[in-house]
Design a protein around this ligand. Structure first.
Ligand SMILES: C[S@@+](CC[C@H](N)C(=O)[O-])C[C@H]1O[C@@H](n2cnc3c(N)ncnc32)[C@H](O)[C@@H]1O
Length: 313
């Protein structure tokens, strides 16, 4: 059993993370800086954590050289979470560690498969290091080589990030529904991967997106679709602006009808975070609720057919 679990809060959502862990009965040890919340094992994967340090342990720092040697002895790749104090000392240790490329990802390139540990200084004489982390990105900070010309907005970064975190993505031959598709960032992503996309929105999509091979448009409400008539689909994606309970009713209709294999849906909060809705999405079998680095006051709910079949819950 590791000593400690570290949860890296999504920026601006520390209170949400703390509340979520407290509701789950996790014994909290306290914050280190404003992003790292330390808690007792076992580790969970809360929605408001962009990264989890599964097996953090405290290690002595008798000297900078020795600290680097200890970290290198655990594994090769480490990302420093800047501590609230002793920043210079932490940077000197980091300089002695093997170089890790933090280059932005050129989607559809996949994130590095090699384990990336997280570490920080607790004080001058102690560091906290976790060889095992949830995110393949340093502290969950997903960075991409952005396309500032083709997609009509920056919403595509959410779908790039969600698909980068999954080991499955749409491709040629897959049927996708993109609900709340305008102006077309997500449709652009799906069509670029070679999938057939039906983009559903009452608003208009950018012409350069609707002209892409495989894209068809329905000027309709997402809620007017009928799973029996409009399914089955391989991927149901939704970025519709609506109350979480309305989206919940929509996805459960598609789930119960067995009309969508995989789901990637944004759960958007208006005003306060709707904790009851979060719990409802989180308890849908074979799914995961997460705050992507590119999410605002919203969460991304993902469910894969494979997970529902039992290999993940
Ligand atoms: C955040 S935008 C989606 C951005 C889109 N994912 C992209 O990448 O360009 C939300 C969209 O939801 C649409 N919307 C709101 N209510 C809807 C409904 N009932 N049915 C379909 N779309 C809806 C809005 O018209 C708006 O275009």
């Amino acid at each position: 059993m590791p000593d400690t679990v570290g949860y890296i809060a999504a920026e601006g959502f520390a209170a949400e993370l703390e509340g979520e862990l407290a509701r789950a009965g996790v014994r909290l040890r306290g914050w280190h800086g404003d992003r790292l919340l330390l808690a007792e094992p076992p580790a969970l994967t809360p929605a408001w954590a962009e990264d989890v340090w599964f097996d953090a342990r405290e290690l002595p720092v008798p000297s900078i050289k020795q600290a680097a040697r200890t970290l290198k002895g655990l594994q090769r790749n480490w990302a420093l979470l800047t501590p609230p104090a002793h920043v210079r000392r932490a940077n000197l240790i980091a300089q002695q560690l093997p170089h890790v490329s933090m280059k932005p990802l050129a989607f559809p390139e996949r994130p590095p498969a090699a384990p990336l540990g997280g570490w920080t200084l607790l004080d001058e004489g102690r560091l906290l290091a976790s060889p095992g982390t949830l995110s393949p990105f340093p502290h969950g900070r997903a960075g991409f080589v952005e396309d500032r010309e083709t997609p009509p907005n920056r919403a595509y970064l959410k779908l790039w990030e969600a698909l980068s975190l999954l080991d499955q993505r749409p491709g040629p031959g897959d049927r996708c529904l993109d609900l709340g598709a305008a102006p077309g960032g997500w449709t652009w992503v799906l069509a670029s991967l070679g999938a057939q996309v039906t983009a559903v929105d009452k608003a208009e999509l950018a012409a350069r997106v609707t002209a892409m091979p495989g894209v068809s448009v329905r000027r309709d409400s997402a809620f007017a679709l009928d799973p029996a008539r409009d399914g089955p689909v391989d991927w149901l994606c939704s970025d519709v602006v609506c109350y979480p309970d309305r989206l919940y009713r929509l996805v459960t209709r598609w789930l119960q009808a067995g009309a969508a294999r995989n789901f990637v849906c944004t759960v958007k909060f208006q005003g306060a975070t709707d904790v009851a809705a979060m719990d409802a999405f989180a308890s849908l079998p074979g799914s995961r609720l997460m705050h992507l680095h590119h999410n605002k006051h919203e969460l991304t709910w993902v469910s894969l057919k494979r997970w529902r079949a039992g290999s993940h819950s």
